[in-house]
Ligand binder design. Sequence first.
Ligand code: SF4
Ligand code: SF4
Length: 202
Amino acid sequence: MGLFGRLVDDLVNTFVSILKGHQVTWRNLWRERVTLQYPNERPKLPERYRGLPGLHPELCIVCGACAKACPVQVINIQGRKIAGTRHRELVRYQLEAGRCMFCGLCEEACPTKPVKAIRLSNTFELAVADKSALVLEIPQLLEIWKSKPVEVPEEQYLAATPKKLAAQELAKQAEGEKPKAEGAEAAPRPKRVAAEGGPAGG
Ligand code: SF4
Ligand code: SF4
């Protein structure tokens, strides 16, 4: 092929390449747009999206299962026994959101029913100027918990919180003590009678 032939060949190849490139551009021009002008435009998250965990302190039974299940150990819990009962209440719950992987193992381990005390939300924005702001405490965690709708009505899932169960237990104990106290007074009498009657029997 002579010089002129090679020149024509190069021109044709260049033209074909440009056409191919434009073909791709043209095809994608009519596709649905996937980019968003974030943060002015917000993403529509899937129903089962897994974001940052939120906590409902009233539902928590302070069992520690979430902290044990967390692979990066970002959960710190402090609780105390409700005096006179077998129930425990939450004193402090801290979650280091900056290290959380949104894996959901804490939610899986949480035994509370019908709603989990800890559950993953749709929260994913963690940009802060100071890293210490990512150590979340109960009020922030409750806000996150509430940010995702719950299918069960509130009066249903708040019906048997540890505090309410403890109050019921204490009320039962108080009720049980009354007859016991009466019975305690009544009990010695037959004994005395029996003691008095003992010799008669013996
Ligand atoms: S989502 Fe995973 S990493 Fe985050 S707190 Fe729960 S268990 Fe830990
Ligand atoms: S959040 Fe759930 S798993 Fe964690 S301590 Fe409370 S009840 Fe237990």
